[in-house]
Ligand binder design. Sequence first.
Ligand SMILES: C[S@@+](CC[C@H](N)C(=O)[O-])C[C@H]1O[C@@H](n2cnc3c(N)ncnc32)[C@H](O)[C@@H]1O
Length: 396
Amino acid sequence: MSVWAQRSRIVITCAKGISSFLKEEVISLGFPVVSGDAAHIEIEGTMDDAMRLNLFIRTGHRVLFLIEEFDAKNPDELYNGVSRIRWENYFPEDGYISVTSTVDNPTIQDLRFANLKCKDGIVDRMMAKFGRRPDSGPQRDRIVVHLYWKGDLCDVYLDTSGEPLSRRGYRRIPLRAPMQETLAAAVVLATQWKGDGNFINPMCGSGTLAIEAALVALNRAPGLLRSNFGFMHLRGFDESSWKILRKKARSMTKSSLNGRIIATDINQKAVEAAKKNALTGGVEHFIQFEKCDYSETLVPEGGGIVILNPEYGERMGEIEALKETYKGIGDFFKKNCKGYTGYIFTGNFNLAKKVGLKTKRRIPFFNGPIECRLLEYELYEGSRRKGRDIANCFIG
Ligand SMILES: C[S@@+](CC[C@H](N)C(=O)[O-])C[C@H]1O[C@@H](n2cnc3c(N)ncnc32)[C@H](O)[C@@H]1O
């Protein structure tokens, strides 16, 4: 049976800690969520559904489509189970495959060995059927098979994304410590900015937050930026239905914003890189870039979001200097950002205390292995009494 006619489990993975945003996105696309944890969610669906998810979701990394489940206690049983799968139904014998895996089985010390056994099972079956076999290697730009082997249970998936969805394709010039695109999208969603009011991003680095904010506000599907996905290399892929889906996504895109997006950085190279990335992402007309110190960033009347992702500091000398920066951000919020909601994304909670303002929310995130917080500050226009407290108030 063609994979396009099957209904199966679809697992959507994401960076640790952002699955609640992914879940909301998936529900809003009309899929009931079956289960999940901090780094994935599960739904039921078809390959057409997988195609839609690849096009529309902002916070997911990979859309995995289950094709087989079997028991395997050791590498030989894995090989046997994999070679029983009808790979010939899924992709051509002259293609190119890559195997990725998540393995927790006592007989496997090195993931590469599990990948090799899985790859051997696939290519040996193709060889036996056709007298030729697909090439294989690490490139993920064509067929990607994902093996999830936990204990004795093996789940074999087609990775319908191919390259992870975090690689939107617009960040041609990454700088030091860029935020992953999918994490930046989750951070923007956490601010609840939808394009009303302004989005001000001092310390923009390579521009990821500002670019993702523009994509969110324009309701532009991030998958429109990519021309290659794993599902395109499967047998039975219907280019015309993909084109129809893309056309629909384009028709849902807004052509203007109500507010302004301003992105600044003290480093000229960062500003240039951010501009080029925005150009590649097709949103350069919607973002105003400036080279300046964060404290000199233009914050227009009208309110909105002001968000900074300062460095967290690794060495003592850096941390000392950053204490002043974090304190300065607090002053900048107080003096220049009245009527806005302020955000700081950081992995250094001690430095965050230097901001000197009361947080309204502290939203947990992970940036790779580093535990981070998105700190939210309500920057009131006038005084606002809460019991005896005057929280972050400016009277003037
Ligand atoms: C952690 S990076 C931001 C990364 C960004 N979120 C991205 O995705 O690329 C911090 C940025 O702050 C900038 N920066 C440091 N000190 C600054 C200052 N005083 N004023 C403005 N920008 C500053 C650095 O040049 C760097 O690009």
